[in-house]
Design a binder for this molecule. Structure first.
Ligand SMILES: [Mg+2]
Length: 125
């Protein structure tokens, strides 16, 4: 089963996205800050990570940097406000493969994650 990690300090967002992808046969893990995200990546080795940028304790950019230092190659999608494109560029320099903007649009969310899941399947077989 494809494993998805959802990282966001907004609990409602996490709950919603978890339900959405569980219904599409993903195993979904949750973290609410960057520190937690790094721990879940270390323990669970997710295939895909949806990573909010603005979070307390540790933000998305720093979490992404630590994830790469662990040598993890999970597909990371940045989740951010439209006005924060400078941070998206920075995240891309750490290997983020895509971004989606808030407020989340279901079609964009679904298309982005399902496309990456297909890539993961292709790469691992
Ligand atoms: Mg946030």
């Amino acid at each position: 089963m494809m494993k998805l990690l959802v990282v966001d300090d907004e609990v409602d967002v996490c709950d919603f996205v978890r339900k959405f992808f569980r219904e599409r046969n993903f195993e979904v893990k949750i973290a609410h800050d960057g520190r937690g995200a790094v721990e879940v990546v270390r323990a669970e080795d997710p295939d895909i990570v949806l990573l909010d940028l603005k979070m307390p304790v540790m933000g998305g950019i720093e979490a992404l940097r630590e994830i790469r230092e662990l040598g993890k190659t999970c597909k990371v999608v940045i989740v951010t406000a439209l006005e924060d494109m400078a941070s998206v560029d920075e995240a891309r320099s750490f290997g983020a493969v895509d971004y989606i903007t808030k407020p989340l649009l279901l079609e964009q969310l679904e298309r982005t994650v399902l496309t990456l899941a297909e890539q993961v399947r292709t790469e691992t077989c």
